[in-house]
Design a protein around this ligand. Structure first.
Ligand code: NVA
Length: 310
């Protein structure tokens, strides 16, 4: 059976631990596993902008012994110039895995259905599960473990990051709370999925409209841009003076409600003065550079895991 990573709960709790353990080993010894030796090719397709993801997959695939092939979505036009079905068939004959950043989650599912090789979600409108693996590794490094911690995500609680934090951190047994304005709450189905997972892992998953309640006594405080890729047309209402996210900004005042030793995370790109204050992201509680580095180690471990199981 071909294994894919389309959303965070495609890994069971035990599998997620296995990937994170391998990520830690790969961080200590970057070449200890080379499943793509050959080199075997991996297609990495971008329909949205990228910096960290292109870099970390390119470096990571090369370090696994493979050859990264970056595909510009504007040239390939997957799903418009050519059907997803046909692209999946063609790629599946030539590469060992497909990594795709695109808009609709269902496009990714269609690619996985027809490719015959592992498909990895490198961000869709609904999820960003590779970032969550990096974040889980980062929390483990700073806090020893993830299970039982209070993790608060504040800001746009309806976006891909909020959904992935719900699923990924529930899988890890954390108490994850996502907080945002009334009209930017998570997809109820995804919240329910996270709650079902949390019931098995001993964690919890909740949504809130109160940033202070969410952050109170938190071990980890997280935010993300208020204007995700694809939402540029809503910039004025999302970042303007009277935007609905203002009380969810991660400032020193908000951080005063978290535990004194809480860490702060942000997947980047960050907009200082909007979702996070400069003195917080650049301050001593911030672990954002560790997070950015850990994309590399976590994704290498994920690819190695998927290739071994497929
Ligand atoms: N929510 C953001 C995450 C960027 C890594 C976006 O989709 O643009």
């Amino acid at each position: 059976m071909t294994r894919h990573f389309l959303r965070d709960d495609d890994l069971s709790p035990a599998e997620q631990r296995e990937v994170l353990d391998l990520a830690a080993r790969l961080k200590a010894d970057r070449h200890c596993v080379r499943p793509l030796e050959g080199p075997r090719g991996v297609a990495v397709i971008f329909d949205k902008p990228t910096l960290r993801t292109q870099l970390s997959f390119s470096v990571g695939i090369a370090e696994l012994g493979g050859h990264p092939m970056i595909v510009d979505g504007n040239l390939a036009q997957v799903g418009t110039r050519e059907s997803i079905h046909d692209v999946a068939k063609v790629l599946g004959r030539q590469v060992s895995a497909i990594v795709w950043r695109t808009f609709a989650q269902k496009s990714l599912a269609e690619m996985a259905e027809h490719s015959g090789v592992p498909v990895v979600n490198a961000l869709t409108d609904d999820f960003h599960p590779c970032q969550i693996l990096a974040d889980l590794l980062t929390v483990t490094e700073h806090k020893g473990s993830v299970a039982g911690l209070k993790v608060a995500y504040v800001g746009d609680a309806a976006n891909n990051m909020a959904h992935s934090y719900l699923l990924g951190f529930a899988t890890a047994g954390a108490n994850i709370v996502v907080a945002g304005p009334e009209s930017y709450q998570p997809n109820p189905q995804i919240l329910e999925d996270a709650q079902r997972i949390a019931a098995q892992t001993g964690g919890s998953a909740t949504a809130s409209t109160d940033a202070v309640v969410a952050v109170s006594d938190a071990d980890v405080v997280i935010t993300d841009t208020w204007v995700s890729m694809g939402q540029e047309g809503e910039k004025a209402e999302r970042q303007g003076e009277t935007n609905p996210f203002r009380s969810f900004a991660v400032t020193a005042d908000l951080m005063a409600h978290a535990k004194a030793d809480a860490i702060v995370m942000h997947c980047l790109p960050a907009y200082r003065g909007y979702e996070i204050a400069a003195d917080v992201i650049d301050g001593p509680q911030s672990v954002v550079w560790d997070e950015a580095e850990n994309r590399l180690h976590a994704q290498k471990a994920l690819l190695a895991f998927l290739l071994e199981r497929s």
